[in-house]
Design a protein around this ligand. Structure first.
Ligand SMILES: [Zn+2]
Length: 305
């Protein structure tokens, strides 16, 4: 009996791919998010690390970041359909990292959704591109996942209206988390989506970013009037949602500059600047040393003026 059950269970898994077991969390009136794991992408988490959020705009949904695969996008949509059965008319991609936009092809196939994105999406990828997630997950879990172009490139500040929602899509113009990040602000709802410029509950990955640019972008984000802030990773959406990122980057900058001033060389920087006060935060082991080393490289010729 047990053998029979486990065999049919395995067959079900094989037939449908990774089961994300998704539960949308309401973060504000008309807005639901699927919060990713504060882990590196793996077969065990199905590559679900980035937050993916739906805004109910009355006649359709607006989606901020479509997640890691076609299969993931399909499952988020099925969960949202239970709340209200609306099409997805609009997708906004915050940046080019693959955990944020590999689900686009599901929505394009099903609804011909209009995709807004930073220019890096159309410049750096073709239909043949295979970002890292294709290596991490099994091919059946990446089935139907296609790299597709964005319809509208945002290079400045773009105001759009979708259904009953007004949105500002704002390009950062200077390297922050990547060379090309978008944030999304809903002035009437006072909700801000920052993509990965802000993370909480985990250490950030600054491999494509800038410590100085991120600190400037955080200042810009703080200048908007918001009550809810949805980070690219992490579940804190309150007034304190950006404190962790700001604190980490500010201390990193101060400590690296002090170490440089004291004559520390590249080979020793990760021994001198340890950031130990963050060691209990998720992904510290995986990401902190690299962040310290990259920050040194960025700041070694930095002049505050
Ligand atoms: Zn990212």
């Amino acid at each position: 009996m047990f053998k029979k059950i486990s065999l049919s269970f395995l067959l079900a898994i094989y037939a449908f791919g990774f089961d994300y077991n998704l539960k949308p969390q309401k973060v504000s009136e008309d807005i639901w998010c699927f919060f990713g794991k504060t882990e590196v992408p793996s077969k065990d988490n199905g590559g679900f690390m980035a937050n993916s959020c739906y805004i109910n705009a009355k006649d359709s949904y607006i989606l901020i970041d479509s997640g890691t695969s076609y299969n993931f996008a399909k499952q988020t949509y099925e969960a949202m359909k239970k709340i209200e059965d609306l099409k997805v008319s609009t997708i906004i991609v915050t940046h080019e990292h693959d955990d944020h936009w590999m689900g686009n092809s599901f929505y394009k196939d099903k609804f011909n959704s209009k995709i807004y994105a930073p220019k890096s999406i159309n410049e750096n990828y073709t239909a043949e591109s295979k970002p890292r997630i294709f290596e991490i997950l099994d091919s059946k879990d990446m089935e139907n996942t296609k790299i597709i172009k964005a319809d509208e490139i945002v290079v400045d500040e773009t105001n759009i209206q979708v259904g009953n929602k007004d949105l500002k899509i704002i390009a950062m113009k200077e390297k922050a988390h990547t060379s090309d990040d978008l944030i999304v602000y809903l002035p009437n709802e006072k909700v801000m989506f920052t993509g990965d410029i802000v993370m909480n509950g985990r250490i950030t990955s600054n491999r494509d970013g800038s410590i100085i640019g991120t600190l400037k972008a955080l200042e810009k984000i703080e200048s908007y009037d918001w009550n809810t802030l949805v980070a690219g990773h992490g579940t804190n959406t309150t007034k304190t949602a950006l404190d962790h990122t700001k604190n980490y980057f500010s201390l990193l900058k101060t400590r690296i500059l002090e170490a440089i001033e004291a004559g520390t060389m590249a080979d020793d920087i990760t021994k001198i600047v340890t950031m130990d006060d963050f060691k209990d935060i998720a992904m510290f082991e995986e990401l902190n040393s690299r962040n310290v080393f990259d920050a040194f490289r960025e700041l070694e010729f930095y002049d505050e003026d």
